[in-house]
Design a protein around this ligand. Structure first.
Ligand code: AHM
Ligand code: MG
Length: 334
C-alpha cells in the first residue's frame, strides 16, 4: 500500500494565532497576537531547560520558599524569570501575577492593555523524576487606563485567553482564545509549535477518574460517596484511576480521553489546594471551551470572584456527564 507523504502545509501556532486575529477583524491591533507569541517563546525556552535539567545541574532546590511557603526548585525560579522578562519585553502587558511572586507585578510606564496570570512551572514536585510538568496561563484585558491588581481580581469568565504548555514525552501547547480549544506539538527541529489537535472536544462521558485518593480520610462525604459510586457501580465497569500529580498532565489527559479530574476541598484544606487565578480558571476556561464542565462542587468555577491573587478553590472538571454526576452528590449534601 501507498505511504502517505509528509504534510507540507503546516499550521504553526503563529499562523493559527494570526488567522484567529483576522477572523476577529482586529487587523490593526494585534496586541493579543504579540502577547501570545511571547508566551510561545517562553514555552520553548522552558521546555529546553526542563529537558536538559539533569544535565546542566538544574534539578533540586533553589534554597528559598515561595509565597505558598513551598520550597522553590531551581527550575521554578528560572521559569518564572523567563516569563516575567519575556512578558515585560513584549510591551503588551500591564499586570502580571505569578505563583512564584507574592505581589502582583505592575509594569510601570507600560502601554500594554493585557494582564497575564501564570504558574510558570506547575507540578514541580515531579521534576526530579523526569515526570510531566507544565506552564499554565490566563489573560485578562486591562479595564481602566492603567493596570492595577483589581484588573485580575475578576472571575475567570472574563479571561480573553487561557492555555497551558505540557513538558512531557512531547511538548504540547493547548490554547483557547474563546474560539474552541486547539493543541500544538513542538517540532524541535523546526522550533515551531504545529497544530496537531484542532478543535479539542471532551467526550461527554469518560472512564477515568483522577483524584489524590490518598487524601480520602480528609475528604467530605459527597466526594467520597461520588468516588464510591464510580468504583463500585451498580451497573457496568468501575472507572480506572490515573493520577500524575501534575495538573497540566492530568487535565491534558482528561481533555483528550474524557473522565473527571478533581482536587476537592477537605477537612484539612478548606479551599482545596489549587490556585484560582493561574490554575483553576485557565483549566476551567479550556474545559468549558472543549464542551466540558468545571465546578467547585456547588458553583461554576469561572463565576467565582477571587478575593486575593493567590486564593484557592476546589476543582472538579472534565466530561459533562461525569461532572454532572458529581454535582448531584454535592446538591444532595447541601
Ligand atoms: P504546585 O503548584 O506546587 O506544583 O502544586 C500544584 C500541583 C498540581 O499540578 C497538582 O494537580 C497538585 O499540585 C497535586 O497535589 P498533590 O500532590 O497534593 O496531589
Ligand atoms: Mg502550581
Amino acid at each position: 500500500h501507498e505511504i502517505e507523504p509528509p504534510a507540507t502545509d503546516l499550521i504553526t501556532l503563529t499562523r493559527h494565532i494570526l488567522s484567529q486575529q483576522y477572523a476577529l477583524g482586529e487587523r490593526a491591533a494585534g496586541d493579543l497576537t504579540l502577547l501570545l507569541i511571547a508566551i510561545q517563546v517562553t514555552s520553548k525556552y522552558i521546555a529546553s531547560n526542563v529537558r536538559k535539567a539533569r544535565l546542566i545541574n538544574l534539578v533540586g532546590l533553589a534554597g528559598a520558599e515561595n509565597v505558598q511557603g513551598e520550597d522553590q526548585k531551581k527550575l521554578d525560579v528560572l521559569s518564572n524569570d523567563i516569563m516575567v522578562n519575556a512578558l515585560r519585553a513584549s510591551g503588551k502587558v500591564a499586570v502580571m501575577v505569578s505563583e512564584e511572586i507574592e505581589d502582583a507585578i505592575i509594569v510601570g510606564g507600560s502601554k500594554g492593555t493585557y494582564c497575564v496570570v501564570f504558574d510558570p512551572l506547575d507540578g514541580s514536585s515531579n521534576i526530579d523524576a523526569g515526570v510531566n510538568v507544565g506552564t499554565i496561563f490566563g489573560v485578562y484585558k486591562v479595564q481602566g487606563s492603567s493596570g492595577s491588581v483589581s484588573d485580575v481580581l475578576r472571575p475567570g469568565n472574563e479571561m480573553v485567553a487561557a492555555g497551558y504548555t505540557m513538558y512531557g514525552s512531547s511538548c504540547n501547547l493547548v490554547l483557547s482564545t474563546g474560539q474552541g480549544v486547539h493543541g500544538f506539538t513542538l517540532d524541535e527541529a523546526l522550533g515551531e509549535f504545529i497544530l496537531t489537535h484542532p478543535d479539542i472536544t471532551i467526550p461527554d462521558r469518560g472512564k477515568i477518574y483522577s483524584f489524590n485518593e490518598g487524601n480520602s480520610l480528609h475528604f467530605y462525604p459527597p466526594t467520597n460517596s461520588y468516588l464510591d459510586s464510580i468504583k463500585y457501580p451498580k451497573n457496568g465497569k468501575p472507572y480506572s484511576a490515573r493520577y500524575i500529580g501534575s495538573m497540566v498532565a492530568d487535565v491534558h489527559r482528561t481533555l483528550l480521553y474524557g473522565g473527571i479530574f478533581g482536587y476537592p476541598d477537605d477537612k484539612k484544606s478548606k479551599d482545596g489546594k489549587l490556585r484560582m487565578l493561574y490554575e483553576a480558571f485557565p483549566m476551567a476556561f479550556l474545559t468549558e471551551q472543549a464542551g466540558g464542565v468545571a465546578t467547585t462542587g456547588s458553583q461554576r468555577i469561572l463565576d467565582v470572584i477571587p478575593k486575593n491573587i493567590h486564593g484557592r478553590c476546589p476543582v472538579f472538571l472534565g466530561s459533562k456527564e461525569d461532572v454532572e454526576d458529581l454535582k448531584k452528590f454535592y446538591a444532595d449534601y447541601d
